[in-house]
Design a binder for this molecule. Sequence first.
Ligand code: GSH
Length: 275
Amino acid sequence: MQVLTIYVATPISFTGACLVRRAKNVTFSIRYRRHFDTVATVRYRIDPDRAQTLTILENSMTVEKVRLQGLRISVYTRIARLVMEEKQVAYALEEVDPFADGGPPREYLTRHPFGMIPCLLRGDFCLYETTAITRYIDEAFPGPSLQPATAQGRARMNQIISILDSYAYRRMVWDVYVERVYVPTEGGQSDETVIAGALPVISKVLEQLEIFLGDSDFLAGSKLSLADCHAFPMLVYFVETPEGKEMFAAHPKLQRWMKAMQSRSSVQATGFEAG
Ligand SMILES: N[C@@H](CCC(=O)N[C@@H](CS)C(=O)NCC(=O)O)C(=O)O
């Protein structure tokens, strides 16, 4: 017995599956469902006397969701979720807490040896590192591309993502938000030296983002891109702080961008108390 597996996730693969069906003279139903990974499994037997004849033994259709392991409040988990929401990819968020006592579950470390979140699972494909995940989601699923059409546009988008990872995330979230907002709620005292040390670099980041925005609606051009999805979850933490509010007030383009982002359904679908 042979097992013929046909993945039907895009109109192109749908057409391909139909061709296979016709070429092999197999009768089974294939349904194209836009936002799902649809896996059609057909078991069939090749009759040794009549090589062209396939006898179907079993036919099943299953819908397999993408799984994202991470935390709702995590910046990087939210980046991946925003991209999936924008692409309208159905996914299940499975909670994995890297901050738990003793770290994430041992079994999680077999998938992500560095123990960070998020991690994406699609069938037996496993992927960590958020920019790899977001590019994969954008390229593997149908719907409008979240990457600019030109080489320069994509370079700018990648530059912005790199700036955010290298200079913004730790300073905005850990050095300012966590110190200013989270530590006091836990009964601790904010470390003013840490906060003050982060602000000059954050100021440069905001200045750069303001320049990149220019007259455009989005960070890397006229359409929403992976750069916007990458920026929002960290900036939204930062603007929760008095320092963030004051700095944002001096960047009107960034303020306009933030407001527009907050009205998107992807942002609302991934929201939580602090964001
Ligand atoms: N380079 C990683 C960074 C991910 C990251 O920093 N995730 C944070 C949560 S937002 C984390 O897992 N932190 C756990 C820790 O620092 O131990 C990626 O792009 O996925």
